[in-house]
Design a protein around this ligand. Structure first.
Ligand SMILES: [Zn+2]
Length: 105
């Protein structure tokens, strides 16, 4: 069963959950808000840097496409902090820096 990171929409708490592919999203353990976003897990990034960078990139673009720029930035920040030195992460790093400049933070 893979380990996933989730982030709460309400209080922005980040937590890890072991989950099967078909399990429903968990609720936030802090505020019990049911609206959480699945982040890319640390395990996935550490073990599959190349495949993961493509997944992070896809998810990053998806969030941007939905106008969720801050979510996209959070995702990229996390990916870079976990695997910033791995092959294939340079593109995500550059996109992250560009977006951060755009958001002015
Ligand atoms: Zn919460």
């Amino acid at each position: 069963m893979p380990l996933y990171d989730y982030q709460c929409h309400n209080c922005e708490h980040v937590f890890e959950v072991w989950q099967g592919m078909d399990d429903p999203d968990p609720e936030c353990p802090v505020c019990t808000c049911p609206q959480v976003t699945r982040l890319i897990s640390a395990v996935a990034i550490h073990t599959r840097a190349d495949g993961t960078s493509a997944r992070v990139e896809g998810e990053f673009k998806r969030r941007l496409g939905q106008g969720r720029a801050r979510d996209a930035l959070r995702l990229a920040d996390k990916a870079v902090s976990l695997a910033g030195n791995k092959k294939g992460m340079g593109k995500i790093k550059a996109a992250r820096d560009k977006l951060r400049g755009h958001l002015g933070k």
